[in-house]
Design a protein around this ligand. Sequence first.
Ligand code: UDP
Ligand code: MG
Length: 333
Amino acid sequence: MKVRVIVPCYNETAILQRTIDKLQEILDIDAQKQGYTYDLLFIDDGSKDTTIDILQQAAAQSSVVKFLSFSRNFGKESAMIAGFEHSVDCDAVVMIDADLQHPPELIPEMIKAYVEGYDQVIAKRNRDGESAARKWMTRLYYKMINYWVEDIELIDGIGDFRLLSQRAVRSLVSMGEYNRFSKGLFAWIGYNTKIMSYDNVLRDAGESKWSFKSLLNYAIDGLISFNNKPLRMMIYLGVSIFGLSLLYLIYLLIDTLLHGIAVPGYLTMIASILLMGGIQLISIGIVGEYIGRIYYEVKQRPKYIVRAANVAQPKKEPLDIPYTNHIQLDDKE
Ligand code: UDP
Ligand code: MG
């Protein structure tokens, strides 16, 4: 059995060495105990600091350290898919952040669950130590997104820290889309899934790459990137407004027939112009958002460009995702 831990790193000089040591320390012991071999694949996402030097040094010292370095910063989504594409032959793959916010102590437990037969083992964090406003906004967001996106369920606190079986990894790789919203993709592939909880850890060193604006954009991505429901909602909205306007017009007509023409109506006029203008702009924005995505998809650009690596290039032919002839575990909980 071969296990690989994938670690996306962007400007992580401050903490990377500690992460490498910690992962090796934990996995050396556990690999012996549970009887598997492992390696660590670090994806240097175009870091501008000494991240790549640390990685090269670590790779020279230990053969379990593998790395992949991008030609520029492509974002964590690209780093993750690069990691998966290069790991389709591993039996199990663990995705973990470089900043020790995802406790590596959980990995042995995840591997145990994988051996039991789970294809996805997810670590779920609580939100201790976060501001009340942020907690509230997150809750609202998950309510909203689960209402919109019907085909999958997103769960608060579940991020990218998880173990995936080989077929789960291959399933993810088989989704060739350019605009990747991993939270959704992970849920979309399905398979039997185990969730384990851990306490939220605040970042020790270095800083988070998320600003409020990037979080907002991420939220919109989540809403738009999954299906065409927002477009469908526009139709509903349009039909409702049309229906209401029709009723209002009939009322005005009858009123005029009964009482003659009343000229004042400035407020209703301004209100309808502004409201309709706003709704139209939002609608065009949503349509534009979809067109933008189509634009990026049809260009078929690579999702990342590798400038250096000490792992083999992934093969280009389509992967098969083998069927099993019995089901070991069924998640009916
Ligand atoms: N990361 C990356 N590319 C980016 C931004 C972040 O590979 O463009 C990595 C980063 O090094 C870390 C992980 O993604 O390992 C999570 O990033 P961060 O800690 O900034 O996010 P947060 O934990 O605040 O969600
Ligand atoms: Mg972090």
